[in-house]
Design a protein around this ligand. Structure first.
Ligand SMILES: Cc1ncc(COP(=O)(O)O)c(C=O)c1O
Length: 382
């Protein structure tokens, strides 16, 4: 049975990317690999919408979050962190683990932060070193308005640091135009590559902060990683995840052929289609629609129906793999991921499977989820 993978990363990969990831190894310090890495980093700068250096760590996205903390902060510093989801909470926990004081701007799970609350926190803690915000909070399907928050953080000494692990390359994020100092993403989300790379862009203001930050760091040192990242040839001090770099290089080619603005628009359209399908089933979104992420849609099952039984039946009977809740939403919600290389067919099959299995579970589900989504995806009802 074909598998339809509709989780918010890792994502399915196009054939060109799979082929690139199976290439033979090269000398990781030789000219051929140096050129591939340099090209990938140049393409990444365009996707990050920045002129800043992008650093490629061999790690999952969380390593990039930890790298941001240890390069920018000293023990006893204060940071402001938007929490209210698994990943916002994780960023705060990393800072705390290193002895950084965390002033939380806590929002209920499923809500977007009010930028005014972050501004108030900055007034209370004007010495804050950084403001940590998750762009797309994957656990709740909420998109926080990082543009609005950056517009006043950039006027203060605090650095604006954004976890864009499940948004970069899919949801509008204009690093330089919006004045964002550090942006972190992972290869396995919208960039159409396998897991294995954390990618971090670092502004001049952030480089200046690294000079006085005293938290211990070795593998995660921005300085050490940057030393040989040249324009035409790049290498890293530690063995890079070469197969993932090959794949990323191929994925970025496809991404650039599509165009970043068209990509943002496509993700908006696919997310609107999934929301229309969910609404047709009579189900309630967790976030307000205007705060719903364009890469992951989170919604409640019908009253009295356990989501995990529905997810099991979708996987076993239809080959459709969607995500449940995590953290305090474990066993409570359903999440459809739709980022990177998304086939309309997978979205429509996913909604049809959901509709069938809700009905098999005895739910009084509405009808026509697939048709509602199809109308937005291809412009006409089936
Ligand atoms: C918003 C966000 N931040 C951080 C992470 C952590 O990334 P990783 O699992 O690659 O360490 C994820 C992973 O799903 C995420 O969605």
């Amino acid at each position: 049975m074909r598998q339809y993978l509709l989780i918010p990363g890792p994502t399915p990969l196009p054939r060109e990317v799979l082929e690139a990831s199976s290439k033979q190894m090269l000398n990781h310090r030789g000219p051929e690999f140096g050129k591939i890495l340099a090209e990938a980093l140049a393409a990444l700068r365009r996707v990050f919408m920045t002129r800043n250096t992008v650093i490629p760590f061999a790690s999952s996205g969380t390593g990039g979050l930890e790298a941001a903390v240890v390069n920018l902060c000293s023990a006893g510093d204060t940071v402001i962190a938007v929490t209210g989801g698994n990943f916002g909470d994780r960023f705060a926990a990393i800072a705390q683990a290193f002895g950084v004081n965390v002033e939380r701007v806590d929002v209920p799970w499923g809500e977007a932060v009010d930028p005014a609350a972050v501004r108030a926190a900055l007034r209370r803690s004007p010495q804050a070193k950084a403001v940590l915000v998750t762009h797309s909070e994957t656990s709740t399907g909420v998109r926080h308005d990082v543009g609005a928050i950056a517009s006043f953080v950039r006027e203060t000494p605090a650095l604006m640091v954004v976890d864009a692990v499940s948004s970069l390359g899919a949801i509008e994020l204009r690093t330089d135009e919006w004045g964002i100092d550090v942006v972190i993403t992972g290869s396995q989300k919208a960039l159409m590559a396998p897991p294995g790379l954390a990618l971090v862009s670092v502004s001049d203001r952030a480089w200046a902060a690294t000079k006085t930050a005293t938290l211990p760091r070795f593998y995660w040192s921005f300085d050490r990683m940057k030393a040989d990242l040249g324009e035409t040839s790049a290498s890293t001090p530690f063995t890079p995840a070469m197969s993932v770099v090959f794949a990323l290089h191929a994925g970025l080619r496809l991404l650039e052929a599509e165009g970043i603005e068209r990509r943002f628009e496509r993700h908006r359209r696919v997310a609107a289609a999934v929301r229309a399908g969910v609404a047709a089933l009579g189900l309630r979104l967790l976030p307000k629609p205007e705060h719903s992420s364009e890469t992951v849609t989170a919604f409640w099952p019908p009253d009295g129906i356990a989501p995990n039984a529905i997810l099991d039946a979708m996987r076993a009977k239809h080959g459709v793999v969607v995500a449940g809740g995590v953290g305090k939403l474990a066993g409570k919600i359903i999440r459809f991921g739709h980022l990177g290389w998304i086939e309309d067919d997978a979205i429509l099959t996913g909604l049809r499977a959901l509709e069938t299995e809700l009905r098999n579970a005895g739910a009084d589900a509405g009808r026509g989820a697939e048709a509602a989504a199809r109308e937005i995806l291809v412009g006409a009802p089936a």
